[in-house]
Design a protein around this ligand. Structure first.
Ligand SMILES: Cc1cc2nc3c(=O)[nH]c(=O)nc-3n(C[C@H](O)[C@H](O)[C@H](O)COP(=O)(O)OP(=O)(O)OC[C@H]3O[C@@H](n4cnc5c(N)ncnc54)[C@H](O)[C@@H]3O)c2cc1C
Length: 317
């Protein structure tokens, strides 16, 4: 059985290693000749550490920083539990060193092309957000700084001796506005950057990214909505690739879609919450709030219902 993976981002690269190390006949292909450098370098450490171990990668070799706190709109300070900043680009570069990109007919095709979703049918009513990011030198305490509004947020992530400054919102113009606000609130001056780029992110949960499977094509990662309501897609995309691998290895590919939908129930809840906030549905949001707080307190940042209510008040809902 021949497998062809399209897309060698976080999910595709990981899946290629899982399959090839376990004796499957697999090819991989990416449009790029080097990994993209978008500033998606925050990762849910515990989960990613365990998943990368399965392909012989020690995530600790790529950790750049462990931020202490997450400061939101200059007013709310939360304790960081499990968001580590890793050198995503170097990790992918190391994996790509052993790849020979090729594409050909295959029995099973994997669409791991992320936001592009280049192989699976397009999603009706897709929801794509626009991001801008830079790398800059600053002298700040090693925290994550966030400037948020209902439709998006800007961030400053410590990379050791540099900072990733970026934002995502409904348009590039709105993302840029958020970056200006972030600079004002935290005194992060624009003294020029070493790198500047734009990207996109899909903000839809898996249940709204159907089909997840189409004939012999299987979607993995962001192509099928493995991105949380807060924009976390690295560990979920790895997890999704692992689920695909388990289904294939156990001859249970017919269960793949169901397993993806079950695994990412928490992403579904987060998107419902974000949507309720954006649409001003206060009581729906309040109903979902305890669940979202409990999910995120376990996987990323320590928070309480009171913290998030304070945040929602800042967002003037
Ligand atoms: C600016 C930004 C910041 C983010 N920050 C974070 C963060 O801090 N933490 C976090 O967890 N998540 C973050 N995310 C989300 C996260 O980056 C993605 O959800 C995650 O990378 C998805 O992994 P993936 O493998 O599915 O897709 P990707 O990593 O996007 O990989 C897709 C690959 O497919 C390739 N490709 C595209 N079209 C084709 C084609 N036609 N043929 C072949 N190859 C193709 C691309 O070149 C790319 O290499 C961020 C996203 C953005 C845009």
């Amino acid at each position: 059985m021949q497998i062809q993976i399209y897309g060698a981002g976080i999910a595709g690269s990981y899946l290629y290693e899982l399959l090839s190390q376990n004796g499957f006949k697999v090819r991989i292909y990416d449009l790029r000749n080097k990994p993209d450098c978008r500033c998606a370098w925050g990762i849910a450490y515990n989960e990613a550490k365990e998943l990368y171990r399965k392909i012989g990668v020690d995530l600790d070799d790529y950790i750049l920083s462990i931020p202490k706190e997450v400061v939101i709109n200059g007013k709310i300070v939360l304790k960081n539990k499990n968001v580590y900043i890793f050198d995503r680009k170097r990790l992918l570069e190391d994996l790509w060193k052993d790849f020979e990109f090729e594409k050909a007919e295959a029995d099973i095709v994997v669409d791991a092309t992320g936001c592009s979703r280049a192989i699976l049918p397009k999603i009706e009513n897709d929801s794509i957000y626009y991001t801008i990011q830079t790398v800059e030198k600053h002298d700040l305490d090693e925290n994550i700084y966030v400037q948020m509004r209902k439709t998006g947020y800007a961030w400053a992530f410590p990379l050791g001796d540099r900072w990733h400054i970026g934002a995502g919102d409904l348009s590039y113009e709105r993302a840029m506005e958020l970056i200006h606000q972030l600079r004002e609130v935290y005194g992060i001056k624009d003294r020029g950057n070493e790198c500047y780029c734009k990207a996109k992110i899909r903000m839809l949960p898996p249940s709204e990214c159907k089909p997840i499977v189409y004939g012999n094509v299987y979607g993995v990662g962001e192509a099928v909505g493995c991105v949380s309501g807060g924009g976390e897609g690295n560990a979920p995309s790895l997890r999704c690739a692992w689920i695909f691998y388990e289904c294939l290895a156990n001859d249970k590919l017919d269960e793949y879609e169901k397993r993806v939908l079950e695994e990412f129930w928490w992403i579904e809840e987060e998107h419902k919450f974000v949507r309720a906030v954006q649409e001003g549905k206060k009581f729906t949001a309040l109903r979902l709030l305890p669940k979202v707080v409990s999910i995120e307190s376990k996987r990323s940042i320590q928070q309480s219902v009171k913290d998030i209510k304070n945040l929602l008040n800042l967002l003037r809902w």
